[in-house]
Design a binder for this molecule. Structure first.
Ligand code: HEM
Length: 399
């Protein structure tokens, strides 16, 4: 139910728009959001307790960059979520954030991502090869939800036979069905991860957690609580997001057989294609809470207000990208300032890993699966939320 807007919000800024279920999101996440581009650059949603939404590209980007006055502590406009998750480094600000982010960035350095790549490709090729004789699949359940989890578990060096145990958790993360509260989900992730974290803190190996936890924070070791919060951030940060992006990439290719053909004939275009597809299909939105007043677009975001920053309204704003809905691989040839992976001090630490996974997907899926399209008899469905995604993506191909 909608709340009453506070007095400092002008009436013409108020919209009936729930960020968790924008109108029509189940059919098209992007179209549902784009409707906001027709109005003012900053609007107030009365849903979810009431909060601002940055509603054009320039405003999304400007506010995302304003870490001084907009704090990351709240995590989301959902009340209580931030207090449960307490992610490190995502929910930290200022010097504290800098100190904790450094070891995480080091742990995910590009040489480690490069070393992972052959294993990721093998896993994708194997799974695609198993799917091929079926002539159809639900790309979300059969591929996108499986690979990022395997990649993550490989990175923290968990035995292969343990992996099915985390599969259910991965599904709850990517497609929560309401059977678990956020608190239970956090607890399940912690219960699973803790034995590995503890072992890595006692005798480090060369896996991701060991590398990060071996780096001191401000000259002292990580506490157990901090270690848990950081590992939780990596798990929650890297599964849902990559699965969502994989789904969008497969959806695009299923709708554009010409792009499938181009990439099969010109694999050298794959890095640029990955970048352009990631720009075209931004799925993440973040929240901030104002710790100082911010005057912007003729209104004041008051200290204590929440602000929602959807990357989709930056990347699909024609004022920022000409013909933003057109996928043009040439656009990905030069560095593009999109916000799919965020911008500013919190920019995604897993961006290199995510990009590698998307490039590997393009290469391996297209190498194994012949020309594919959307199944004519089953619909594509999507969900909104802080990470928008396809929930079903039925594909077919000739066997
Ligand atoms: C396509 C996939 C991905 C997308 C779209 C994505 C998106 C983002 C965005 C938008 C942010 C900025 C958050 C903010 O400003 O509040 C972020 C931060 C972060 N991401 Fe990703 N991400 C992806 C993959 C990953 C992966 C694979 C990992 C981990 C292995 C990861 C871990 C993190 C962490 C730890 C942060 C917090 C960084 C900080 O606060 O300094 N992400 N991500």
């Amino acid at each position: 139910m909608g709340s009453i807007a506070p007095a400092h919000v002008p009436a013409e800024r108020i919209v009936d728009f729930d960020v968790f279920s924008p109108p029509g999101v189940e059919h098209d996440f992007f179209a549902a959001w784009k409707s906001l581009l027709d109005g003012p650059a900053l609007v107030w949603s009365t849903a979810n307790g009431g909060h601002w939404i940055a509603a054009d590209g320039a405003t999304v980007r400007t506010l995302w960059n304003d870490a001084e006055r907009l704090s990351s502590e709240c995590l989301a406009v959902t009340p209580g979520l931030g207090e449960v998750m307490r992610f490190i480094p995502l929910q930290q600000d200022g010097e504290e954030h800098k100190a904790f982010r450094k070891p995480v960035v080091k742990g995910l350095a590009s040489r480690f991502v490069t070393a992972l790549e052959p294993g990721v490709r093998d896993a994708m090729r194997l799974l695609a090869t198993q799917l091929r004789p079926r002539g159809q699949c639900d790309f979300v359940a059969d591929f996108a939800e499986i690979i990022p989890l395997n990649v993550f578990l490989g990175m923290i060096d968990v035995p292969l036979e343990d992996r099915p145990r985390l599969r259910q958790l991965g599904v709850q993360l990517t497609r929560p069905d309401g059977s678990m509260t956020v608190e239970q989900l956090k607890q399940a992730a912690d219960d699973y991860l803790w034995p590995f974290i503890e072992k890595r803190m006692e005798s480090p190996g060369d896996d991701l957690f060991s590398r990060i936890l071996a780096e001191p924070v401000n000259g002292r070791p990580w506490t157990h609580d901090e270690a848990r919060r950081m590992c939780r951030n990596l798990l929650f940060g890297g599964l849902d997001t990559v699965a969502a992006m994989m789904g969008m990439v497969a959806l695009h290719l299923a709708r554009h057989p010409d792009d499938q053909r181009t990439l099969r004939q010109r694999p050298d275009l794959i890095p640029a294609a990955a970048d352009e597809l990631m720009r075209r299909y931004p799925t993440v939105a973040v929240s901030r809470n104002a710790v100082a007043d911010v005057d912007i677009d003729g209104v004041t975001i008051r200290t204590g207000d929440l602000v929602y920053l959807p990357s989709v309204l930056h990347n699909l704003d024609p004022a920022c990208f000409p013909d933003p809905e057109v996928v043009d691989f040439d656009r990905g040839m030069a560095p593009v300032r999109h916000t799919t992976m965020g911008v500013g001090v919190h920019r995604c630490v897993g961006a290199g890993l995510a990009r590698m996974e998307i490039m590997a997907l393009l290469q391996e899926w297209l190498a194994v699966i012949p020309e594919f399209s959307l199944a004519p008899d089953r619909p594509v469905t999507m969900k909104g939320g802080n990470v928008g995604a396809c929930t079903a993506l039925p594909l077919v191909w000739a066997t």
